[in-house]
Design a protein around this ligand. Sequence first.
Ligand code: 5RP
Length: 218
Amino acid sequence: MTQDEMKKAAGWAALKYVEKGSIVGVGTGSTVNHFIDALDTIKEDIKGAVSSSVASTERLKQLDIEVFDCNDVTSLDVYVDGADEINAAREMIKGGGAALTREKIVAAISNKFICIVDGTKAVDVLGTFPLPVEVIPMARSQVGREIVKLGGDPVYREGVVTDNGNIIIDVHGLSITNPKELEDKFNSIPGVVTVGLFAHRGADVVITGTPEGAKIEE
Ligand code: 5RP
């Protein structure tokens, strides 16, 4: 089974968490794209979606799934999104697709975070995948210096502008043994919009695509 087939297995398995008549929180990325394809098959039964990126919004709209403004929705039952890494405590690194800020916002209004991944995303310690940080452009150098003080090696993601008009710094060389603490430290650096550590708000359910099919951990 290819990695994409495992992503597909996870994406389609998430459908069972979508309640009739609900508005669904939709993340971003290649695994979520499979979930959106699955959502298309039940679109008559749902009200619509709140999206975490321009890319997912376009995909949803192409399928005639209504996309609601996040400001018009107080809470969501479920948010379905992928991850770049996930540990046993269901803390994650996200933002490989640069959508981390909107992803964190939609996750924050959701009662249940359903994380859909293929088996390669599970790790003992977060940090092998470079940690994405969304940064206000004028703060790039200063934030870089602060990241070095935290033990990281900051690398500017060339040519990427986020949906919010900001830049991404990918932090290499971290071994994140205390994700919540590190999330707080990054959040306190002036100019940091969002760090791609989802530790305070981790996943509630993990669906892992494996060669044997989707494995669900509640
Ligand atoms: C985008 C994300 C994605 O969830 C993450 O990068 C995983 O992507 P994929 O499903 O393509 O492996 O955080 O900002």
